[in-house]
Design a protein around this ligand. Structure first.
Ligand code: NAD
Length: 303
């Protein structure tokens, strides 16, 4: 693996570095950097991206994550410049969105691209889910691969840990501890979700860069698409009508089977009433933000 630059490590750079060494078969990766760099090729001419199987969009405005509404509007303008051009040259591509805030930007990319919803994927809560599994595994002293656990919904502080389905080797932990993940749990499993949300800051503090974990997650999604592996990831997807009561055109994370067609299907987890309620609240928040983006008149794609 190439040595990490000491300053200003962009997500694009990390994704490309990881994919280069793990995957020989990628035909093209969309790079978003405008910044002159000896490492990142610059794309001025979108024709050079023609017939990509997968286009990864990491372009985004810099700004405080507290000002999410401002960033959504700025990034929507950036996506207007990028997405239609990309898709016109690669009409059969899978569009993989990483830009913040990923759920809103996946919706924007879907609207602007006019692609079928299963071909627009947001990186969503894939990294949170990996960290969640890891911390649960540490507490139980088992390998993370032996733990099934997902963080779903909205990426960030409103994400939802699905305590109701956490299991090890098919044993649901709620069957062992019915209070698992609740406020009255004597074992305080709830604090693990807090740790997941704080871990991004901690990683950035310790490593001076938080992009490598995200880049590894993106590389896993890319591999699943290119090798049609049908792996299951918590990624941001169009969730309307997915049986959790959400009837709005919004993108939120749910466990999805990923293959060459993008999201092959959404896994229908049995959520508790509280978890469904949180999904609905996130969907309502998304919908309110989306209404302000002026995308309502874009051509609607049938789901
Ligand atoms: N770093 C992470 O761990 C991480 C994780 C998840 C999501 N994200 C999100 O992914 C995005 C990229 O992260 P980053 O750390 O690389 O940020 P960054 O600010 O270093 O990179 C953003 C890139 O977008 C480019 N850009 C801006 N406007 C553009 C336009 N109109 N056309 C083409 N390119 C344009 C910039 O030149 C820059 O290269 C951000 O939105 C970030 O919030 C980052």
């Amino acid at each position: 693996m190439p040595a990490a630059p000491t300053r200003s490590v962009e997500l694009t750079w990390c994704v490309v570095s990881i994919i280069k060494i793990t995957n020989k078969y990628i035909t093209y990766i969309q790079l978003s950097s405008h910044r002159p760099s000896s490492v990142l090729p610059q794309i001025e001419d979108y024709a050079s991206t023609a017939n990509s199987k997968i286009c990864i969009v990491t372009a985004g405005a810099r700004g405080s994550e507290d000002k999410k509404d401002v960033i959504v509007r700025q990034n929507t303008e950036i996506f207007r410049q990028i997405v239609p051009q990309l898709v016109s040259h690669s009409p059969n591509c899978i569009l993989l969105v990483c830009s913040y805030p990923v759920d809103e930007m996946s919706f924007v990319a879907w609207k602007l691209s006019k692609l079928p919803p299963q071909r627009v994927i947001g990186s969503g809560t894939i990294l949170e889910s990996a960290r969640f599994r890891c911390l649960i595994a540490q507490k139980l002293d088992v390998h993370p691969d032996s733990c099934q656990a997902f963080v779903i919904g909205e990426q960030g502080c409103n994400s939802i840990p699905v305590w109701s389905s956490v299991s090890v080797a098919g044993v649901r932990l709620r069957d062992v501890n019915p209070d698992l993940g609740t406020g009255v749990d004597p074992e305080d499993w709830q604090s693990i979700h807090k740790e997941v949300m704080e871990s991004a800051k901690e990683v950035t503090c310790l490593k001076e860069c938080g992009s490598w974990g995200m880049a590894l997650s993106v590389a896993r999604i890319v591999r699943a698409v290119l090798f049609d592996s049908k792996e299951c990831f918590a990624i941001s997807t169009h969730i309307k009508g997915c049986r959790h009561g959400v009837e709005k055109d919004v993108f939120l994370s749910l466990p999805c089977i990923v293959g060459c067609a993008g999201v092959q299907f959404i896994v229908r987890q049995h959520l508790s009433d509280d978890e469904k309620d949180c999904m609905q609240k996130s969907a309502d928040r998304m919908y309110e933000t989306q209404k302000t983006l002026g995308l309502d008149n874009e051509t609607k794609v049938e789901c």
